[in-house]
Design a protein around this ligand. Sequence first.
Ligand code: CND
Ligand code: ZN
Ligand code: ZN
Length: 375
Amino acid sequence: MSTTGKVIKCKAAVLWELKKPFTIEEVEVAPPKAHEVRIKVVASGICRSDDHAVSGSLAVPLPVVLGHEAAGIVESVGEGVTTVKPGDKVIPLFVPQCEKCTVCKHPEGNLCLKNDLLKCQGTMQDGSCRLTYKGKTVYSFLGISTFSQYTVVDENAVAKIDAAAPLEKVCLIGCGFSTGYGSAVKTAKVKPGSTCAVFGLGGVGLSVIMGCKVAGAARIIGIDINKDKFAKAKEAGATECISPQDFQKPIEEVLKEMSGGGVDFSFEVIGRLDTMMAALMCCQESFGVSVIVGVPPGSETLPVSPILLLTGRTWKGAVFGGFKSKDSVPKLVTDFMAKKFSLDPLITHILPFEKINEGFELLRSGKSIRTILTF
Ligand code: CND
Ligand code: ZN
Ligand code: ZN
């Protein structure tokens, strides 16, 4: 029996309170309105940004259904939708691409003004929500809420992908892989023969390393306090790995010595202010480029000496690796299918969706890179 046009009752992981476990609830998912798409989620990765929302360091309205790194199949579409149809394999986009705003029209910009990342209102683009629990509003996360068997997204926040793509792998193209890889190849524009330093060897950090390698970096130095991450980092392309805890002096000094005066490119892929400073300071003072990838606690700021930039360093950052989402995601999936990169080094655990709390514990304890939840 077709579900088109009807409310779907299904399971979703609801976060009712900060710092508490998710509970699996039966929620109602409204049909898509005009220019919206309802998706049957097939796989969703767990990214640290989801955990930042659980801890409160990324402020979101509650109750909420989190999740922003997924792949699924279109169940039905609202009026006027032309770019996807029921049955299409798709990846929801936590940064939309409306094609109409000043950012979308700019050749380099990717943070479409329709995004919900900066305000975190927890709604669809029209200001309302499609998920409810016993009739009461459940907020959306970044417009896509993928920890649910079904979700509704705006048409500009979903990309059709290759029908042969394995969804339980390419879901990582929805965030972790693209964010890291793009930070290296697109935001930093890593050059052949260069030396790179990558702070934080989680799923996003490993993807930065893969990008540095593809761009032809000669040395890729991985930095993490958890040495269990070193083996995977080397598998992804790191040439050496170090822990700040093994040195008496600040890690930026260690990296300057290792690189003969400063690295060409550095990446902060943790989300801490102290490592953002260390990453900035370890890059060469005249031509070094430092990229912020990690999401810092929203309320915190850094005192920075402008001299650090006056000498010629470049300090930048990017969301979703600087990629224009709707244009780039299908191409990244095509590249994956052509074996231009592998997602296997990122996937350490696969769990049924109901075990979502176990998946978050694996992330918090440093035991996983990416856990993929299957629905
Ligand atoms: P994950 O937690 O898997 O990795 C972080 C790594 O940093 C872990 O291996 C830690 O051991 C390590 N670490 C923690 N503290 C330190 C420290 N003081 N010194 C050195 N290493 C340390 O996280 P992830 O890879 O999923 O995400 C990384 C960051 O990227 C995180 O802040 C997340 O919110 C952010 C992000 C950004 C974007 C974007 O669009 N810019 C998208 N998704 C995630
Ligand atoms: Zn993410
Ligand atoms: Zn736009």
